[in-house]
Write a protein that binds this ligand. Structure first.
Ligand SMILES: NC(=O)c1ccc[n+]([C@@H]2O[C@H](COP(=O)([O-])OP(=O)(O)OC[C@H]3O[C@@H](n4cnc5c(N)ncnc54)[C@H](OP(=O)(O)O)[C@@H]3O)[C@@H](O)[C@H]2O)c1
Length: 330
């Protein structure tokens, strides 16, 4: 059965990938409405070889629409997602607006597809770093029981949107020309730098991004007490987040057994031949659906435990692909 769809935030970084993923997966759409701010109204974007005109988002945008993918920030989702649901439309929301709402499923289809069944109109797409993290955590938990997770992220500029990509590029050019790089999207110039500050700081010294990784991981895995300690860092990479992960387990798991589990887990690709200099990296994962995991070894600190490294395209699996997979579950 084909349906009428809409993308809210079609001109943004996630919107761009939503168009590509919907076309590539042959999502059964009879029509697609592209919505953005009034600034972009009239702009034309290509979908399945056809030019579609962007419309300004408004209260009546969802009349006759069956499914809408929202990626225009939390404020827009809070205002317009309820209107879309009232118009009979299912909403898959990329923002953090509803993720921790008990009545809203937070879904990674390879991990907790059953959660989607209980939806009341809105389904939430998790935080991008969290989606990449739970893909390997889920099979390790099933095999050996998770006790604790420590993770440091290496997050690409594009995680902060289209303007952030442009800021990294112009800042790189300026620095190479011996000029000052301007910081507008980020709190400091990102080119040739690392910024341990993603989203806003909380009074306890953690950032909101680090809190998302804690609370969303707990909700997706159904482990409300799981300790998850995250340090989130923005890096001067254009696309694909990477993460250094250490897990403490309830039962020992050999490196070989962990590699076998990770190589079979849906959504993951094991890239782990250190002697041949083969390990996950952001550049080769750009535009890929799979999340690469490697550098698997025994933890020297948390016992029994494992340490590993992953890289994955946060605009694909961390946003657009996961959102489309959620709508496929419907
Ligand atoms: N980037 C990622 O890796 C990623 C991953 C997961 C989740 N997300 C989430 O996805 C959402 C979008 O992120 P993004 O990276 O795609 O941001 P972006 O590149 O800045 O795009 C923002 C989009 O929202 C639209 N928009 C802004 N104000 C609007 C308004 N008043 N009315 C209607 N549309 C409006 C923009 O339209 P104009 O072009 O007209 O301004 C643009 O299409 C955010 O909630 C973000 O947290 C992002």
């Amino acid at each position: 059965m084909s349906c009428h769809g809409a993308i809210v935030g079609a001109t943004g970084a996630v919107g761009h990938d939503l168009l590509e993923v919907l076309a590539a997966r042959g999502f059964p759409l009879r029509s697609l409405r592209l919505l953005a701010s009034p600034r972009s109204a009239g702009q034309r974007l290509t979908f399945r070889g056809e030019e579609l005109e962007v419309e300004a988002l408004g209260p009546d945008s969802f009349r006759g629409i069956d499914v809408a993918w929202f990626s225009a920030g939390g404020d827009i989702s809070r205002e317009y997602a309820p209107l879309a649901v009232a118009a009979g439309c299912a909403v898959v929301d990329n923002s953090s607006a509803f993720r921790l709402d008990d009545s809203v499923p937070l879904v990674v289809p390879e991990v907790n597809p059953e959660a989607a069944k209980g939806h009341a109109g809105i389904l939430a797409n998790p935080n991008c770093s969290t989606i990449l993290l739970v893909l390997p955590l889920a099979p390790l938990h099933r095999a050996a029981g998770l006790r604790a997770v420590i993770v440091a992220t290496y997050q690409a500029a594009s995680g902060a949107g289209q303007r952030a990509i442009e800021e990294l590029r112009s800042g790189s050019r300026a620095t190479l020309a011996g000029e000052d790089a301007v910081a507008d999207v980020f709190p400091h110039p990102l080119a040739f730098n690392l910024i341990p500050h993603v989203d806003v700081f909380r009074p306890d010294g953690y950032t909101k991004e680090e809190d998302k990784m804690l609370f969303e991981t707990r909700k997706i895995l159904g482990l409300p007490e799981l300790p998850v300690e995250a340090t989130c860092v923005r890096v001067p990479v254009e696309r694909c987040h990477s993460e250094a992960v250490t897990v403490q387990l309830q039962r020992p798991l050999t490196v070989d057994a962990a590699r076998a589990l990770l190589s079979e887990a849906p959504g993951l690709e094991l890239v782990d031949a250190p002697a041949a200099s083969r390990y996950p990296m952001p550049l080769p994962m750009a535009g890929r659906d799979a999340v690469a995991v490697g550098r698997v070894r025994q933890s020297r600190v948390l016992e029994p435990g494992l340490t590993f490294w992953l890289s994955g395209d946060q605009l694909r699996k961390g946003a657009a692909l996961n959102a489309v997979q959620i709508s496929e579950l419907l």
